[in-house]
Write a protein that binds this ligand. Structure first.
Ligand code: NAD
Ligand code: IPM
Ligand code: MN
Length: 361
């Protein structure tokens, strides 16, 4: 198979984890006789530095002309004081909007060998396997008006949370479709006791649910959901929710697996190529130290192989290789217990490659 991949390393640990993931993908290409062409492009802080904009037109064009997109992370203290339209994060948000990457799938699975790495008790997280389906191109991230102004002498800031019925419908449908091929249970998370947008959300969920009679579903308020994730995480199968709730709940959920550095994601497009990225950020506190956990990005590649290219065997081999590495006790600092030896980004990556190459094709 021959595919082109737009590669957007971004900032901080972004370039480190992307480099690691592509080294692994090179191994997949060799082992399974595929050709992956990488087309590098700038986004975020690096793009601001080089092109005075967080999302250059060339980057957008490169993404549109590729079969899939791999992204590291954007942002960092260097760009934190810039006006909002010039922030690195704006580049990512514009990319999501431009390519209509409306469905962000964030699977949360606990590896057996990492049960001890989570701050939660092992018996509580054993068997955790759910997916957060996060709406990614609407809600308070994009609503207008969005401004700062003075009302008489009072300084104020406005953000707007808007959802159209159509936007809710398409993401909820994704949730139900996914549940159909999983354990057939949807938990729709909202704040319908306060927000009008959540009340519309609930109505739409009730309607869409009728089309999927074999899937059971429920509504859950987001504050309760945040608590239930810790109390009984094995309860969940598919959690579908709006943009900001999904952002927050997925960082929380990542700790069930032991580290934010473990969670991959796929942002599926309504119109063109989809984007694959770890859920974590640019981690400025460890950038440049060869310390970042590359597994979230490597797992994101596994999602790309499976969802975008239909390469199930390759994706499975990758998951298996990751599991073997963890089983051997090889892990980056974020997953290691205090006082226990840990491995560098590169060392973990090389181990994944080593494990991959021992899988017979
Ligand atoms: P972060 O996710 O970058 O880091 C939070 C904590 O988790 C840090 O202590 C970090 O060291 C650790 N961490 C994150 N990824 C890790 C990995 N792979 N391996 C080991 N440890 C890891 O969140 P933050 O510190 O709140 O944000 C830093 C910057 O990243 C901000 O500019 C933010 O806007 C940006 N950000 C970008 C994305 C993205 O590009 N998708 C996502 C989240 C945050
Ligand atoms: C994420 C990040 C982004 C988000 C930021 C960087 C805009 O936190 O991908 O989870 O909030 O969506
Ligand atoms: Mn986030």
């Amino acid at each position: 198979m021959k595919k082109t991949i737009a590669v957007l390393p971004g900032d901080g640990i972004g370039p480190e984890v992307v480099k690691a993931a592509l080294k692994v993908l090179d191994q997949i290409a060799e082992q399974y006789q595929h050709q992956f062409e990488y087309r590098y492009a700038d986004i975020g802080g690096i793009a601001i530095d080089l092109h005075q904009t967080p999302l250059p037109q060339r980057t957008l064009d490169t993404c549109r002309q590729s079969d899939a997109i791999l992204l590291g992370a954007v942002g960092g203290p260097k760009w934190d004081q810039l006006p909002s339209h010039m922030r690195p994060e704006k580049g990512l948000l514009q990319l999501r909007k431009s390519l209509q990457l409306f469905a962000n799938l964030r699977p949360v699975t606990c590896y057996e060998s990492l049960l001890e790495a989570s701050p939660l008790k092992p018996e509580r997280i054993k068997g955790v396997d759910f997916v957060i389906v996060r709406e990614l191109t609407g809600g308070i991230y994009f609503g207008e008006p969005r401004e700062r102004r003075y009302d008489n002498d009072e300084e104020l800031a406005i953000d707007t949370l808007t959802y159209t019925r159509k936007e809710i419908e398409r993401i909820v449908r994704k949730g139900f479709e996914l549940a159909q091929v999983r354990r057939k249970k949807v938990t729709s998370v909202d704040k319908a006791n306060v927000l009008e947008s959540s009340r519309l959300w609930r109505e739409v969920v009730d309607e869409v649910a009728k089309e999927y009679p074999e899937v059971s579903y429920e509504h859950m308020l987001v504050d309760n959901a945040a608590m239930q994730l810790i109390r009984q995480p094995t309860y969940f199968d598919v959690m579908v929710t709006e943009n900001m709730f999904g952002d927050i709940l997925s960082d929380e959920a990542s700790m069930l697996t032991g580290s934010l550095g473990m969670l991959p994601s796929a942002s599926l497009s309504a119109i063109g190529p989809s984007l694959y990225e770890p859920i974590h950020g640019s981690a400025p506190d460890i950038a440049g130290e060869n310390k970042a956990n590359p597994l979230a990005t490597i797992s994101s590649l596994a999602m790309m192989l499976k969802y975008e290219f239909g390469l199930e065997e390759e994706a499975e081999a990758l998951d298996e290789a990751i599991e073997s590495v963890l089983k051997k006790g090889i892990r980056t600092a974020d997953l290691a217990s205090a006082g226990v030896e840990y491995h560098s980004t590169e060392a973990v990556t090389n181990e994944v490659i080593e494990q991959l190459s021992s899988i017979r094709v």
